[in-house]
Design a protein around this ligand. Structure first.
Ligand code: F6P
Length: 349
């Protein structure tokens, strides 16, 4: 049997661990042929992007970030004859089953192809941890640890200069990195996309802290956070770096930290500085947790293929890896539960 594997959307640490696990168990145990499909869905549309993966191709990649298969944000439903071309290429290369490793967009395409009769298995990845149906996506733990270390480092310089330090982290629709790194790093305020934050309240919290004898503050803000000066000021703002949409209809976010710093300085008179972590959160070596989770996902994905249980995504439920129907995880975002928000708020100000 021939199995194809692709990685789509923004990269994240742990993708190579999934590829390695699929190839190792696929070849060693099931005696499948594994084909690498390069650059996400583009690899099934453009010529020359499908190549066999041998055991030697996945040797030494477990600890490496990025993806040996490369990635793209190509959306086949936005490409003329995209889906027909995919069908033709799957037949041409005799690919009977496909593993799509990706976030909400890639898994959305996988679900639609599955509904069209393709044999597809999804594997959830993203540093944003916002895929529904799984307790964790791999990549998140690495990003969380990078953000936490950044907050720790910023703490000492904030204290030395009596400054308000703002750390902007990724998180388009959900603030998982912001809230967990903020809790872990002892942030004084955390801003997330799940709720509008009034900057006046942030300033009150900072002033209260200063009145308690603290001369510095740490603010963690997710790139997708919505801010507004006060409940009665005009409109909420989400800071957009580039209004151009990608193939899945997303604008490029980034810069909310600078906006916030400006507002805080004007309102409180305290000096503010900004650190935007950006792609540093997505690059480099995965943590041990992400290597293990990604490896387990890869092994379970090839097992699902062996059992013919198509149309599923592998998911972490507690300590177990279980299948969930792709159709149940798409068109939704896993946002932060109230319990975590309440916990973080105990330490605000
Ligand atoms: O991987 C998810 C994510 O990190 C989002 O938080 C972010 O908005 C987006 O990717 C940016 O990725 P790119 O610039 O590669 O499209």
């Amino acid at each position: 049997m021939r199995v194809g594997i692709l990685t789509g959307g923004g990269d994240c640490p742990g993708l190579n661990a999934v590829i390695r696990a699929v190839v190792r168990k696929g070849i060693d145990v099931y005696h499948y042929e594994i084909l690498g499909i390069y650059e996400g869905w583009k690899g099934l549309i453009k010529e020359g992007l499908i190549r066999p993966l041998a055991l030697s191709d996945v040797s030494g990649i477990l600890h490496r970030g990025g993806t040996i298969l490369r990635s793209s944000r190509t959306n086949p439903f936005k490409v003329e004859n995209g889906v027909e071309t995919i069908r033709t290429n799957l037949q041409k290369y005799n690919i009977e089953a496909l593993i799509a490793v990706g976030g909400e967009d890639t898994l959305g395409v996988a679900a639609r192809l599955s509904a069209d009769g393709f044999n597809v298995i999804g594997v959830p990845k993203t540093i944003d941890n916002d895929v529904v149906g799984t307790d964790r996506t791999f990549g998140f733990d690495t990003a969380l640890n990078i953000a936490t270390e950044a907050i720790d480092r910023v703490h000492t310089t904030a204290e030395a200069h009596n400054r308000v330090m703002i750390v902007e982290v990724m998180g388009r629709h959900a603030g998982w990195i912001a809230i967990e790194s903020g809790i872990a790093g002892g942030a004084d305020i955390i801003l997330i996309p799940e709720k509008i934050t009034y900057v006046k309240n942030v300033c009150e919290l900072i002033k209260r802290r200063h009145a308690r004898g603290k001369d510095f503050s740490i603010v963690v803000v997710a790139e997708g956070a919505k801010i507004q000066m006060s409940p009665d000021s005009k409109k909420e703002e989400m800071v957009i770096q580039d209004k151009k949409l990608d193939a899945f209809g997303h604008v490029r976010l980034g810069g909310v930290g600078y906006k916030l710093a400006d507002m805080i300085e004007k309102e409180t008179g305290y000096e503010a500085r900004v650190v935007v972590l950006g792609y540093i959160q997505r690059g480099g070596s995965p943590t041990a947790f992400d290597r293990v989770l990604a490896t387990r996902f890869g092994v379970h994905a090839i097992d699902l293929i062996n059992r013919g249980e198509y149309g599923n995504m592998v998911a972490l439920h507690g300590t177990k890896i279980e299948p969930v129907a792709l159709s149940n995880v798409i068109n939704k975002i896993k946002t932060i539960d109230q319990e975590l928000i309440d916990t973080a708020e105990v330490f605000f100000g």
